[in-house]
Write a protein that binds this ligand. Structure first.
Ligand code: NAG
Ligand code: NAG
Ligand code: NAG
Ligand code: NAG
Ligand code: NAG
Ligand code: NAG
Ligand code: NAG
Ligand code: NAG
Length: 380
């Protein structure tokens, strides 16, 4: 005889099974399966692996509060990172490996590979900022180490196509990883043709914005399309909307992510520079074309995904982590509590702003090589 308790437990298990959603979703919605890759909006996490957490003493140089896995769980479908050469290794460093170094490119790619392994209906885009001009074969070695090459999509054309495959097609072909590199000489890339030169396929608005009223829908890169909106739209390139705000310090020479304003920057409506109104305006300016990508800092703020869902007409997302139910990471802002090398820089900058005149030695101590500051500024 089954005890009543066990019987009702079994019944509740059966009931639970029956009510589970049975529809197949692509990128969190059944309605997106038949849409072309370029037609929908993908939410991007700017500098995805640069996370402000205990591992880097909550550095202000970081752009996100949650790691790449959590980003993907929560609906981010574009992840970007800067790749730098350090000794013989290709590493993910922020501006310089002396400021913030979060490990090897291949380790980060392995994290993405594991996520793809366990999320079979999802198409993910990686954008690599090729800061030290790695060749296609050098980047390919990192992809091979991560065992992720056979997830990659190889474009059918060496220029921007009229249409991209649908999510469904990418999923059924097993080519669920789209990889762009800024920049790579694709005319000469036989080593790894899945590595797409970003500005062959994509145009971007300005990314260097320090005032919320100054977000723009005009093309900025590639430089050949700067301020040439109709040419950019006619080129078939995918529109890529940068939407993050920098804070500036030291007479505007040093920029770092403005985290305190991120709840507004990423909001669906509200204050100056909010994501929802800006995206609506860009879509209007772009003759009704929605951005293919929206790249933000602190993606969980806003929340940015609300604007992306609205653009994609997604009202009931499936299988997505609700980030507001996750314990929040400690969010420490510019109050001098950093223990890493960046702390020294921030303190030094405050002292300069309040009138002191540090020696060259102090600059070197604070952050290593500041040649780029003397050359006109750095962006974090
Ligand atoms: C990502 O963050 C979550 C939550 O903090 C943690 O459990 C997980 O181990 C992290 N994953 C990686 C690959 O670092
Ligand atoms: C991708 O590569 C792995 C390891 O080499 C292999 O186990 C897997 O079957 C491959 N997948 C496809 C779709 O070829
Ligand atoms: C899917 O794979 C087949 C066989 O490799 C190829 O012919 C086709 O073009 C691929 N489709 C897409 C959308 O990539
Ligand atoms: C092609 O790339 C290789 C290195 O990947 C380089 O040595 C060669 O000069 C390049 N050729 C052209 C025509 O750009
Ligand atoms: C606004 O952007 C324009 C060009 O995009 C730039 O020249 C100008 O300095 C910016 N203004 C502010 C206040 O940031
Ligand atoms: C962030 O942006 C807001 C809005 O422009 C501004 O008031 C605030 O001072 C900025 N934060 C920093 C640290 O610059
Ligand atoms: C969402 O709906 C709008 C208005 O009907 C349409 O222009 C747009 O193409 C749709 N977007 C997607 C991804 O379905
Ligand atoms: C996410 O969780 C929060 C807090 O529990 C809730 O208010 C919100 O409605 C949830 N959002 C979605 C899309 O389920």
């Amino acid at each position: 005889m089954l005890g009543l308790g066990l019987l009702s437990l079994l019944l509740s298990v059966v009931t639970a099974t029956v009510v589970l959603p049975r529809t197949t979703a692509c990128n969190n919605s059944p309605d997106l399966c038949s849409k072309s890759y370029g037609e929908i909006t993908h939410l991007g996490a700017h500098d995805s692996p640069f996370v402000r957490d205990a591992s880097d003493d909550y550095t202000v140089a970081a752009n996100q509060y949650y790691n790449t896995t959590i980003q993907l769980d929560a609906g981010v479908r574009l992840v970007t990172a800067q790749v730098h050469k350090d000794g013989s290794e290709w590493r993910l460093c922020h501006t310089s490996c002396d400021i913030l170094d979060v490990g090897k490119l291949s380790t980060w790619l392995s994290e993405i590979k594991s996520w793809l392994d366990s999320n079979l209906n999802e198409v993910v885009t990686v954008l690599i900022v090729n800061s030290d001009d790695a060749t296609a074969s050098e980047l390919n070695s990192e992809f091979e180490t991560a065992n992720i090459v056979n997830y990659t999509y190889t474009p059918s054309s060496s220029s921007a196509p009229d249409t991209w495959p649908t999510l469904e097609e990418l999923i059924s072909n097993g080519t669920r990883l789209m990889t762009f590199v800024a920049s790579l000489d694709s005319s000469n890339n036989t080593a790894a043709p899945y590595l797409m030169d970003e500005f062959t396929y994509i145009w971007e608005n300005n990314y260097d914005v320090t005032t919320p009223s100054n977000f723009s829908c005009e093309p900025n890169r590639p430089s050949s399309l700067n301020d040439k909106l109709s040419t950019a739209l006619a080129s078939n390139r995918l529109p890529f909307m940068n939407h993050f705000l920098y804070a500036t310090t030291l007479l505007d020479l040093i920029e770092y992510p403005n985290s305190s304003y991120a709840p507004t920057t990423n909001a669906p409506s509200g204050g100056t520079g909010n994501l929802g109104d800006t995206a609506t305006k860009c879509k209007e300016d772009w003759s009704g074309r929605q951005p293919s990508f929206i790249l933000v800092d602190f993606f969980d703020q806003g929340p940015a995904i609300d604007t992306v869902d609205k653009l994609n007409n997604v009202t009931s997302p499936v299988g997505r982590l609700n980030i507001s139910n996750l314990a929040t990471t400690e969010q420490i802002d510019g109050d001098g509590t950093y223990a890493n090398v960046y702390k020294g820089l921030v303190n030094l900058v405050s002292s300069v702003e309040s009138g002191s005149d540090p020696s060259v030695g102090e600059w070197i101590w604070a952050g290593g090589d500041w040649g780029s500051i003397l050359g006109g500024g750095i962006s974090l």
